[in-house]
Write a protein that binds this ligand. Sequence first.
Ligand SMILES: Nc1ncnc2c1ncn2[C@@H]1O[C@H](COP(=O)(O)OP(=O)(O)OP(=O)(O)O)[C@@H](O)[C@H]1O
Ligand SMILES: C[C@@](O)(CCO)CC(=O)[O-]
Ligand SMILES: [Mg+2]
Length: 420
Amino acid sequence: MQVRDCLISAPGKAILHGEHAVVHGKVALAVSLNLRTYLQLKASSDGKVSIKLPNIDTFVCWELSELRQLTPCLSGKKEEGQCLDPELVKRLREFMGLTNENLDSSTTATLAFLYIYLSLFGSGEMPSLTVCVWSELPTGAGLGSSAAYSVCLAAAVLCAIGAIPTPLKEWEQTARWCQEDLELINSWAFQAEKIIHGNPSGVDNAVGTWGGMLRFLAGKIIPLSRVPLLRILLTNTKVPRSTKVLVARVKDKINKFPSILIPVLDSVDAISCTCEKVLNEMTCEPITGEHYNILEELIDINQHHLNVMGVGHPSLDTLCQVTAARGLHSKLTGAGGGGCGITLLRPGNPADCIESENCSSHSSWMTSDSGQSLALTLQQSIILSMHVATVERKNSLLQEETSSRTRLIVSGHLPRPTGG
Ligand SMILES: Nc1ncnc2c1ncn2[C@@H]1O[C@H](COP(=O)(O)OP(=O)(O)OP(=O)(O)O)[C@@H](O)[C@H]1O
Ligand SMILES: C[C@@](O)(CCO)CC(=O)[O-]
Ligand SMILES: [Mg+2]
């Protein structure tokens, strides 16, 4: 079987409010970034299936004959991807020789790939192909790298089996899928996220699939079309962490202290709803300092709640302290435990004042892989701007590499990963 080559791209995301609470049925507000993951699928004729994941130093190749042995248990359903097939997961784990639950980056990404490949191709003729995925997103830093990876995988394999069209015409720069196709992509991406996260809410893959800013509640996705211009500083503490571990930690805490933690989750829900209301007001009436006061207080309260849930980290505390000393308010974004934080900037706060300040006294808190100090690392902070105007909504999941018009624009740069 020969599949069609394709190039897919999906965005990362930042969560403004609602991380972790969203896993327990509460509201989250999230927005896509113009930092993206790219996937190239190429047909091959060597009787092998290969994956190249340069960001995580993973290069694996299987004979088709090996993979065929894993297929008899498959139901071959391509219409939906809501529940993981436990039998296939078990076989894959045995095939890969996995015994424990907490897997490294490479194993998790490989497992997610094999799950999607075998679920979708397993009931028919299995094609020989090479998949290469590379990303502008830092891996495991709270910006939805796993979801962007999952969305790309799902879209590419669905295209390859012909379950969704390859809508790209020669003269078009970007491809669009209809709502039904996007829902199918999202549902399979959700499965891949389950392999990576254990118990994801689905918010990250929804943003990766649809882009823009959205409100997410118990699987329901509501695009937010009226959003004011906000500038948000995004800072990577570079402290590695795993979303799966953090989500499990919060669940344990809720089970241990339900009467204490459930009100915290309800409060986070109220924060997301209040934030949404204020953002909406800011598009209808002149923006005042009071709007910013409320947004800042919501950030502070939520950060305290996230600490109570046990997903803070000293590096994030330092981010909050360093920015508070400059009158700015920060919280973690994504799963926490390290990773990235967001800082709300008021219109008068020039970002360069933050970068140019002498931060050497904090040189130990955000030491990067190469031993750079905070002063240097802060230059790797990036400013996000949410656009006021509702630009024409484009699918943020593209089939060709072009700049997409998502609603959160990153100016400045995170380092591009090597090997991409
Ligand atoms: N570019 C990539 N190539 C291959 N695998 C990737 C890539 N990006 C992410 N992954 C997979 O996703 C895992 C990281 O997912 P994780 O959910 O822990 O972090 P995140 O998605 O970046 O943050 P958050 O879930 O808080 O937004 C990696 O360990 C790897 O398995
Ligand atoms: C921590 C979490 O709420 C957000 C991770 O970006 C997990 C999830 O919603 O799946
Ligand atoms: Mg993730």
